[in-house]
Design a protein around this ligand. Structure first.
Ligand code: NAG
Ligand code: NAG
Ligand code: ZN
Length: 467
């Protein structure tokens, strides 16, 4: 294309003060194990068969109203809950309900009401359990590649700078496909803009850690051969202009609103990537409550987006990979999702409903006995849940993650499929990129020969270690 490509980056930097203040105001205090949630007091109707028959009927009626939408998707918004495993969904929805003094299990997250749901397989080329860089390459560029590499194909091994200097290994993401079509593209994240997930929209690197020039030289390479990710953001297509803004204390929903308002100025449409990055960080710390809080913040951002857009916008919500948080049996109905299970271990020591198979929360045995963690202050936001195997940081999990879709061609997202299919399915609906396109595309007359291409990056600095 001979047109001048203007890539305008607006960065809203959120200055963090102390962890938790911003995203977890007082509301945590009310979530006390003292709350009595006797299901009989709340859900008496559930004991009648009519309740469940009516529930099923309403479910069918809702499905029948979820008519196919074969329109062209002018806009695509992808919401990525980093590390938002399926157990995280159950635990977050239960916490949401319990904060409203209900038993909780019956609650729905907003995005769980989307008409189509599928499962994506998250392994990367060389690892059964993936990281956020190879998964970002899959769900943004449509190609599976190696662990901790981003935006390059499977010929590049992790850390192989020379292999990644071969431009034939470089991949374009769906953000680039949108820009090539004259649409806009934007990123909203609660992590660094150069962090693995958002970097999947613009970077090509043999190592996700090469975020700054210091990291590249430290690894023994030079940035003229392997430019760092920050440099790629500013100097490499799609990008050559930078404008910085500052905002303090925005929520993810507010950042999403600003981004949608800005991007909506392009009549041709846009691709927006919104990452809720802290669910992953909290899980790595075995901070279950914080992981659930972040998931609820993420849900609010999705609700805000649906409020703002029309039926020509496809919204896809998914996670990059799972975590190893488990929901242990057999807690009574309405039992505090953050509290103890009602049962004792074989060693007569209680255990929690939520725990992890590994991570920093592993406690050494005392006098040969497992520690009774229910005596600890487990309502503290930074209380580490119990873990079995000690690791400095809890690991990702290898299970499939959910994909929820709303808007044009939402039905494409049902089934069990490779994570790398996701951007091609979004691009099919939006008539962009190198893959198949929907029938509606051939009759579409959206093209302007000249258009202003720009992207918006809304970033929130995260102030502790990143993954
Ligand atoms: C839940 O119950 C507590 C104690 O009765 C009450 O103080 C609180 O306002 C209730 N919260 C909601 C959301 O209804
Ligand atoms: C990258 O370099 C920065 C700045 O020197 C440093 O703080 C950071 O720890 C490095 N990252 C890695 C993964 O080595
Ligand atoms: Zn992670």
């Amino acid at each position: 294309m001979g047109t001048v490509r203007l890539f305008l980056l607006l960065v809203l930097v959120m200055v963090a003060t102390t962890r938790g203040d911003r995203y977890h105001p007082e509301k945590n205090a009310q979530n006390s194990q003292q709350l009595q949630r006797n299901p009989d007091a709340f859900n008496t109707a559930e004991r009648t068969p009519e309740f469940w028959k009516n529930s099923a009927k309403a479910g069918i009626e809702t499905r029948l109203k979820d008519i196919r939408n074969d329109k062209l998707a002018r806009n695509v918004i992808m919401f990525l809950g980093d590390g938002m495993s399926i157990p995280t969904l159950m635990a977050a929805r239960t916490l949401k309900g319990q904060r409203q003094n209900r038993t909780g299990e019956e609650t729905e997250l907003f995005f769980e009401t989307f008409p189509s749901v599928g499962l994506s397989k998250t392994y990367c080329l060389d690892k059964q359990i993936p990281d956020s860089a190879c998964t970002a390459t899959a769900y943004l560029a449509g190609i599976k590649n190696n662990y901790e590499t981003v935006g390059v194909d499977g010929r590049v091994q992790r850390g192989d700078c020379l292999a990644s200097a071969d431009k034939s290994t470089h991949l374009d993401s769906i953000a680039a496909w949108a820009l090539d079509d004259g649409r806009d593209a934007g990123i909203v994240t609660t992590t660094r803009v150069t962090h693995a997930s958002p970097s999947g929209t613009y970077a090509r690197s043999a190592h996700r850690d090469w975020e700054s020039d210091a990291n590249v030289t430290q690894a023994g390479f030079t940035t003229d051969v392997c430019p760092d990710i920050a440099m790629q953001l500013i100097t490499t297509s799609p990008g050559n202009k930078f404008k910085a803004d500052k905002a303090t204390d925005p929520t993810l929903a507010e950042l999403t609103e600003v981004a949608i308002n800005s991007l909506s100025r392009n009549e041709k449409g846009y691709f927006l990537f919104v990452e809720g990055g802290r669910t992953d960080h909290a899980h790595h710390d075995n901070w279950a409550q914080m992981a659930l809080d972040e998931t609820l913040e993420f849900d609010l951002a999705i609700e805000k987006a649906v409020e703002m857009v029309g039926d020509d916008t496809l919204i896809v919500v998914t996670a990059d990979h799972a975590h190893v948080m488990a929901i242990n049996g057999y807690t009574k109905r309405g039992g505090d999702i953050l509290g103890p299970s009602d049962d004792l271990g074989g060693d007569n020591v209680p255990y929690m409903t939520l725990s992890y198979t590994n991570g920093p929360g592993a406690r050494p045995h005392v006098d040969g006995n497992r520690v009774d963690v229910t005596k600890e202050d487990f309502m503290d936001l930074e209380w580490r849940s119990h873990a079995d195997v000690f690791l400095e940081w809890e690991t990702h999990g290898g299970d499939d993650v959910a994909v929820m879709a709303w808007g044009p061609h939402h039905h494409l997202f049902t089934g069990v499929y490779e994570q790398s299919h996701i951007p091609f399915r979004m691009a099919y609906a939006a008539c962009i990129g190198p893959g198949l396109h929907a029938d509606a595309c051939s009759s579409a007359s959206l093209l302007h020969p000249l258009s202003l291409l720009y992207a918006i990056v809304l970033a929130a600095l995260y102030h502790t270690a990143q993954w």
